[in-house]
Design a protein around this ligand. Structure first.
Ligand code: CUA
Length: 187
């Protein structure tokens, strides 16, 4: 190959490399922008702090006894949902929360790993025996959702789900009594 031919093919190679460099940089920039958008806009929730609990005594005493499960309005006005997952159901079977209000979830499992997601909201968590999972989220609209278990937990995993009702804030607050736990009747 002549001297000029070598220079020409080198120039073509450099141009092609630069073009691919720009394309790859644009793809990376688009992926980072998507991560920032979904993180900020959908308010993705990082894992909560580690809080342990003995799964063998859940039902006997403490926060997760049956009479304390459901939605509570705490003394400080915060709305807290307490729930327990077990093979193959959630307790309570139907959860009731107010719309447009921050709702804190506190949940755990009494046997194996379960989890749940509420409809198409960003409420999505694993429930691991021995640990209390907590997160806070706000449901914008009133409505009813399905709340399926989303961690394979045994033969009847696919049949494990609860109902989830979001009602207008005023309707919820009218029902809420101090010290009482609210649930709903599955339809
Ligand atoms: Cu519980 Cu799958």
């Amino acid at each position: 190959m002549s001297e000029t031919g070598t220079h020409a093919s080198e120039a073509v190679a450099v141009a092609a490399e630069r073009r691919w460099g720009i394309i790859v940089a644009l793809i990376i920039a688009a992926l980072v922008a998507m991560m920032i958008f979904t993180g900020v806009h959908w308010a993705s929730m990082p894992p909560s702090r580690v809080e342990t609990i003995d799964p063998r005594t859940l039902h006997i005493s403490g926060e997760f006894v049956e009479s304390n499960l459901g939605t509570a309005v705490e003394a400080d006005g915060k709305v807290v949902v307490r729930l327990v997952a077990q093979q193959y159901s959630f307790e309570p079977q139907c959860m009731l929360v107010p719309a447009e209000t921050p709702v804190t979830f506190r949940g755990t499992s009494s046997d194996v790993i379960h989890g749940f997601v509420i409809g198409t909201t960003n409420a999505n968590v694993m429930l691991i025996p021995g640990y209390v999972a907590t997160f806070t989220t706000t449901f914008r609209k009133a409505g009813e959702h399905l709340m399926p278990c989303h961690e394979y937990c045994g033969t009847a995993h696919a049949a494990m789900w609860a109902r989830f009702q979001v009602v207008p804030q005023q309707e919820f607050m009218a029902k809420a009594r101090k010290g009482e736990r609210l649930t709903c009747v599955p339809r």
